[in-house]
Design a protein around this ligand. Structure first.
Ligand code: ADP
Ligand code: ASP
Ligand code: MG
Length: 425
C-alpha cells in the first residue's frame, strides 16, 4: 500500500479530545499498511484569535510579523498531535512548513507555493514514522522568511505535499461529511455529492465554498491528485474530487447537470464614481489596484448616476483588502481623474455552478426567476461557461441560496445535512 496524505482542519483538532480522536484515526491508517503524512491546521479559531490580537497592538500589522505570529497556531497542533500519536505507541515526528520543504514566493499573508522539497518527510516516513506537517505555511525562496498561504491554506499544503510525495490520495478531513450541493450551515436540505469534477469544484471553491480552498483544487488538477473530502467525526465515505468519475458498484457516477450553489459574504464592493468616459480610464484604475497586489473579482461599468459624460466603475474584492484599495485609489485620484469613491461591505454573492449550464439555455432564466420569486434584488452579474454569479444585499444571501437550491431540484428528501463542529467563523 502506498502513501496517503491526510489533512485535519481546525474544527477537527479544536481541543485535546479532538486531537486524541484524530490521533486514533491517523494510527488506523498506519495500521492498515499505509505510509501516513498528516497536515494539521491551527486548533479551532486560533488563527482568528491571533489576528484579533495582532490588530489590538497595531491596526495594520506588518505582513512579515503577522506571518510569524500566525504560523505559531499550526505549530501548536502539530506538536500536540505528534505527542498524542506517541502516546498510542506509534512513532511520529512533527515538522514546520519550512522543515517540510514548502518553498513559496515572498508575498506575505498570501504566498504561493513555488516548490516542494519534502526530503525530510520522505526520510521520516521511510524510517517508520508518521510525519506531521504544519499546514498553511512555508518559507520564501528569496529572503528565507516565514510565509503563510492565505486563509484556509492548509488544504493547499496537503495537496502540494501529496503531489510532491506521489501520494495515492489526499484526504481532507473536516466538520461535514463531504462537499454538499450548498453550505449545510445555510441549507439543511443540502445533499452530499459522491463525486464532483475538479472543474466544477474549482468554480464552487472560487465562489466561496470554503470546504476546499480553490488554490488547493487548482493544484490537484495540475498534478492529477484525487481528493477525498470527508468528516473526521463520522467515518462515512465523503466526496471524491477528481478529473475522471469514480466507479460505484461497477457503475460510473454521472456528472450532475448542476453541482451546487455557493455563497460568499467575505467581499466588498468599491464604486469609482464619475470617471471620464474615455479610453485608458479602466486601465489606470485596475493598474493601481494590481500594483497594490489586490485581486479583484467582478467588474461592471455604468453610466454615472452623478453626472453626464462620466461613468461609474464598480468592482468587488475581499473585504480584507478594502482599506488598501481605497488608499491606493485615493493616492492616484489626480492621475486617474474620478470624482469620489464609495465602499460597501454589506454585499453577498450567490453562484450557481454546473457543467450542464453549457448545454441548457434555460438555466440562467430559471436562476433569475428563483431570485425574483424570493424578492431578491440583483446588483451585479457575472458568468463563466459553467457558473453564474450575482451580487445582492448581504441580508438576502441565505434566503437566496435556499430559493435557488430548491428551484434547481437540489433539496434532499432524506436526512438533514450534519455539521459536526466548528463555529462557521
Ligand atoms: P476546516 O476547518 O476543516 O478547514 P472549513 O471551515 O474551512 O473547515 O470548511 C468546512 C466548512 O465549509 C463547513 O463547515 C461548511 O460550513 C462550509 N461549506 C461551505 N460550502 C460547503 C459545501 N458546498 N459543502 C460542504 N461544506 C461547505
Ligand atoms: N489556520 C489557517 C486558517 O484558519 C489555515 C487553515 O486552517 O487552513 O485560515
Ligand atoms: Mg478550511
Amino acid at each position: 500500500m502506498g502513501l496517503v496524505v491526510q489533512k485535519y482542519g481546525g474544527s477537527s483538532v479544536a481541543d485535546a479530545e479532538g486531537i486524541k480522536r484524530v490521533a486514533k484515526r491517523v494510527v488506523e491508517a498506519k495500521q492498515n499498511g499505509h505510509q501516513v503524512v498528516v497536515v494539521v491546521s491551527a486548533m479551532g479559531d486560533t488563527t482568528d484569535e491571533l489576528i484579533d490580537l495582532a490588530e489590538q497592538v497595531s491596526p495594520m500589522p506588518a505582513g512579515r510579523e503577522l506571518d510569524m505570529l500566525l504560523t505559531a497556531g499550526e505549530r501548536i497542533s502539530m506538536a500536540l498531535l505528534a505527542m498524542a500519536i506517541k502516546n498510542l505507541g506509534h512513532n511520529a515526528q512533527s515538522f514546520t512548513g519550512s522543515q517540510a520543504g514548502v518553498i513559496t514566493d515572498s508575498v506575505h499573508n498570501k504566498a504561493r507555493i513555488i516548490d516542494v522539497t519534502p526530503g525530510r518527510i520522505r526520510a521520516s516516513v521511510d524510517d517508520g514514522n508518521i510525519a506531521i506537517v504544519a499546514g498553511f505555511q512555508g518559507v520564501s525562496q528569496q529572503g528565507k522568511n516565514i510565509t503563510t498561504l492565505g486563509r484556509g491554506g492548509s488544504d493547499t499544503t496537503a495537496v502540494a505535499l501529496a503531489a510532491a510525495l506521489d501520494a495515492e490520495v489526499c484526504e481532507i478531513y473536516t466538520d461535514v461529511d463531504g462537499v454538499f450541493t450548498a453550505d449545510p450551515r445555510v441549507v439543511k436540505k443540502a445533499r452530499k455529492i459522491d463525486w464532483i469534477s475538479t472543474g466544477d469544484m474549482l468554480e464552487l471553491a472560487a465562489s466561496g465554498s470554503k470546504v476546499l480552498l480553490h488554490r488547493c483544487v487548482e493544484y490537484a488538477r495540475r498534478y492529477n491528485i484525487p481528493i477525498h473530502v470527508r468528516s473526521s467525526f463520522s467515518g462515512l465515505p465523503g466526496t471524491w474530487v477528481s478529473s475522471e468519475p469514480i466507479q460505484r458498484g461497477g457503475k460510473k457516477v454521472e456528472q450532475a447537470l448542476i453541482s451546487g450553489v455557493a455563497h460568499d459574504t467575505s467581499e466588498a464592493k468599491v464604486t469609482v464614481v464619475g470617471v471620464p468616459d474615455k479610453p485608458g480610464e479602466a486601465a489606470s484604475i485596475f493598474r493601481t489596484i494590481a500594483d497594490a497586489e489586490i485581486n479583484i473579482d467582478m467588474v461592471v461599468q455604468n453610466v454615472s448616476a452623478a453626472s453626464t459624460g462620466l461613468t461609474d466603475i464598480s468592482f468587488t474584492l475581499p473585504k480584507t483588502e478594502g482599506r488598501k484599495a481605497i488608499d491606493a485609489l485615493e493616492k492616484n485620484k489626480g492621475a486617474i481623474g474620478f470624482e469620489s469613491l464609495r465602499y460597501d461591505d454589506q454585499i453577498g454573492k450567490i453562484s450557481l455552478v454546473g457543467a450542464g449550464m453549457k448545454t441548457n439555455p434555460g438555466v440562467t432564466a430559471d436562476f433569475f426567476t428563483a431570485l425574483s420569486d424570493a424578492g431578491v434584488n440583483i446588483e451585479l452579474i457575472s458568468t463563466s461557461e459553467i457558473r453564474i454569479s450575482v451580487v445582492t444585499r448581504k441580508d438576502d444571501v441565505d434566503g437566496a441560496v435556499r430559493a435557488v437550491h430548491t428551484a434547481f431540484g437540489l433539496d434532499s428528501d432524506s436526512d438533514e445535512a450534519v455539521v459536526y463542529g466548528g463555529t462557521g467563523r
